[in-house]
Design a protein around this ligand. Sequence first.
Ligand code: COA
Length: 143
Amino acid sequence: MRKMKLSDIDSVIDIEKNSFPIPWTRGAFMAELKNNMLARYCVVEVNGRVVGYGGMWLIMDEAHITNIAVHPEYRGRGIGTKLIGALIAEVSGTNIYGMTLEVRRSNIRAQKLYRKFGFVPCGVRPEYYLDNREDAIIMWKTM
Ligand SMILES: CC(C)(COP(=O)(O)OP(=O)(O)OC[C@H]1O[C@@H](n2cnc3c(N)ncnc32)[C@H](O)[C@@H]1OP(=O)(O)O)[C@@H](O)C(=O)NCCC(=O)NCCS
């Protein structure tokens, strides 16, 4: 587990395309790493290969998880758990009082992962996802 670097973006884009119907672009990740002072991104490497990543924005006293994904070949081995644990560890003991994220209503696997760490559903953004107009569940964790 380490901080994401610009040279990781190719691998991250590959995971992104294999994970989301509307993947973030190379430009989006470049902007996050180069220009966004609020952004924190980390990756997990297995045998020198980047197989997962996660990130968040620290806004005032809240942490907004922007994305988390594990390459399909590496899912179900605890890597997602490690990533969320690392994001939580990064804000523990700081002024951050809560962490939030949005997750597709149908993404039960991710919701189970978040619940494991104390995230609870607190609201819905109706038809939030543009590809299929699926609702987003808003989850929060109090630190
Ligand atoms: C969600 C995701 C990051 C989880 O990563 P992962 O490495 O597979 O997660 P883990 O192996 O640490 O498993 C975490 C929890 O997910 C759940 N889970 C794992 N595999 C599962 C499966 N096949 N079915 C249902 N739940 C499952 C379990 O609750 C598990 O915790 P447990 O093992 O303690 O019971 C990964 O599935 C992924 O990249 N999905 C596509 C992208 C995505 O949906 N990101 C989230 C956007 S909000």
